[in-house]
Design a protein around this ligand. Structure first.
Ligand code: APR
Length: 235
């Protein structure tokens, strides 16, 4: 495999599954227990903000004790040792990429450990519970503090930067994502149209598997370190 100058890696919930973070659409996943319209849309927040705060407070607390797994660590090592540019675009809201040592990292769906004011749009790191009783430290508005997580129907973050990355990527790798949710599910076609080689690393074939030049299936903690090793040895 030739050396690459710009590797773009899209990650999804499957990357964090072996760290104990439930995925969304697998059997017993989050959307099997909650209706996303109630807890992950602006309409749901307007209708029942207490339920939405409970949902994210529970997830935030569950994220406190988790640790990066071998796949996160392999991606951080790739960024640190590969001669070309390596950028991770994650759909995940956990902080496992950061804890593993990735720096070139874009959270396109926001972060569970950040809060956003629905009124002045100020955002800040946040590890405690959120509730309606809180006033925004920036504008003082009460009741509008929400998780800084992109909900269905909202525009993901950093899309201009991501488009530029996909325009110049020569290798696009998709890891642990079902290829169900746009715009992320469209990134493989965008990268391929710009001449990138495309690879899927996933537990099982995703909905977009036929769009990839290559697909390697298995648990992320096995297939990701092996693929990183292959990239480093063949460069
Ligand atoms: N290793 C690798 N892949 C795995 C593993 C594992 N151990 N476990 C599960 N997977 C794969 C599944 O096969 C599936 O294809 O991870 C994928 C998880 O898919 P989803 O649960 O749909 O998660 P994701 O693709 O990240 O969802 C995208 O949808 O709900 C919204 O905003 C939310 O960011 C999320 C977005």
């Amino acid at each position: 495999m030739p050396g690459y100058s710009n590797i773009v890696i899209l990650t999804g919930a499957g990357l964090s599954a072996e760290s104990g973070v439930p995925t969304f659409r697998d059997k017993g996943g989050i959307w099997a227990k909650y209706d996303y319209r109630d807890v992950a849309t602006p309409e749901g927040f307007a209708k029942n903000p207490v339920l939405v705060h409970e949902f994210y407070n529970m997830r935030r607390r569950a994220h406190e004790g988790i640790k990066p797994n071998a796949a996160h660590l392999a991606l951080a090592r790739l960024e640190q040792t590969y001669p070309g540019e390596v950028t991770v675009v994650t759909q995940n809201v956990d902080a496992l990429h950061e804890q593993a040592g990735s720096h070139n990292l874009i959270h396109m769906h926001g972060e569970i450990f950040a809060a956003l004011c629905d009124s002045c749009r100020a955002r800040r790191p946040w590890t405690a519970d959120l509730s309606l009783d809180l006033a925004c430290p920036t504008c003082g508005h009460k009741g509008g503090m929400r998780p800084d997580v992109v909900w269905f129907g909202e525009m993901p973050y950093h899309m201009t930067r991501i488009a530029k990355l996909l325009a110049t990527a020569d290798l696009f790798i998709s890891i642990g994502t079902s290829g169900n949710v746009y715009p992320a599910a469209g990134f493989v076609a965008e990268a391929a149209a710009n001449g990138a080689r495309t690879v899927e690393l996933n537990l099982e074939p995703s909905d977009g598997v036929t769009l990839f030049d290559e697909a390697i299936h298995g648990p992320a903690t096995q297939v990701v370190p092996a693929f990183v090793e292959r990239l480093l040895n063949e460069n």
